[in-house]
Design a protein around this ligand. Sequence first.
Ligand SMILES: C[S@@+](CC[C@H](N)C(=O)[O-])C[C@H]1O[C@@H](n2cnc3c(N)ncnc32)[C@H](O)[C@@H]1O
Length: 381
Amino acid sequence: MPLADILHMNIGDGDSSYANNSLFTKIEIQKAAPFIMRTIRSMANHDVFFDHCFRIADLGCSSGKNTLLIASNVINTIEEVYQENNRKIPQFEVCLNDLFGNDFYNVFKLLPDFYKTLRKDKGDKFSPCFVSAVPGSFYGRLFPDKSLHLVHSCYSIHWLSKVCHGLENNKLNIYIAKTSPLNVLQAYGNQFHTDFTKFLQLRFEELVCGGCMVLTLRSRSSLDPTGDDSNSFWDLLTISLLEMLKEGLVQESDIISFNIPFYFPHEDELRDIIQAEGPFSLDNIDVFELNWGQDDYTYMNEYTHESNHNQGKNTSNLIRAITESLFTSHFGNSIIDELFKKCEKNATEHLATNITRHLSVVVSLTKKMNDSVVHIILLVP
Ligand SMILES: C[S@@+](CC[C@H](N)C(=O)[O-])C[C@H]1O[C@@H](n2cnc3c(N)ncnc32)[C@H](O)[C@@H]1O
């Protein structure tokens, strides 16, 4: 079955739902906020920025409070920039995209409050904002030609379009691991290259000239994909699966044929693809770090006013919220509770002695103005 028909973050608002486990991503969104601000300010140099309707697409929006948080951040910033330029605030169209299995229903339930807050904060002078859902893969066309002003995507484009071919000799690894053969590293890198190139080509068609993108992805610090701890979540899952194999709860052949379609690009890989792809200028690229297990948990505890935060449980719930659909589709439903019980134990042990660095890379890009036709008239006396 195609990945686009299988993959979805856990629905609803239970313990292992994405909606209840997206605080980590919220921190990322906040860290990337100055980038969005800078990008929107730079757009004010283009006339098209002042169109009467400003169209924003959030690709891989998932479901939960983050989804509309991004929309509010963008709207607030655009409003500020229009006011600075003495322009009438435009209408807004916010297009929320994700795969077909996404819990859009959960997002729709948040909309009445979102609209109410906008009306309360902005008053009557505020132009209408229209939110719509656009289900489908961002590795295909989603919007009409030259219809978007800003594309935003946080923590989504590191998902590949499919599990790459040629991973048979990755043995009992479910991702790139220290024992993975070179061809596995290359297969993952090539698939990301193909997918991200396609992504840029598609968005080039959909953005207006001068339109921008702000993209945040998980990343890694080392050019060698096995050279840092970026894979630690997947390592916890591998250890848990191997324990289940020993106990006879999963088949070896099922582990061998399972590989996670996810890739952490190094910032140089992103830069190379963007520059090779030509029609976008790379305005900014930055890498930031979260220390999983210490600083940011403290921050999250303050944020949620939770005490006795169970780091292992939260880590396992987050991994489950993101990957359960993949495991269920490959191994069946029956292993899931035991797998994540083991994952919780392994995460607790890991976090007791390790601080794991999680790197993210954020890029902002502008569609070059190269498809405007320039007429030169030669006046011959
Ligand atoms: C970890 S969530 C991030 C959600 C949200 N942007 C946030 O910051 O909280 C990643 C989302 O990307 C979506 N996704 C993955 N591949 C996709 C694709 N090819 N097209 C559209 N969405 C995709 C997943 O379904 C998932 O909802």
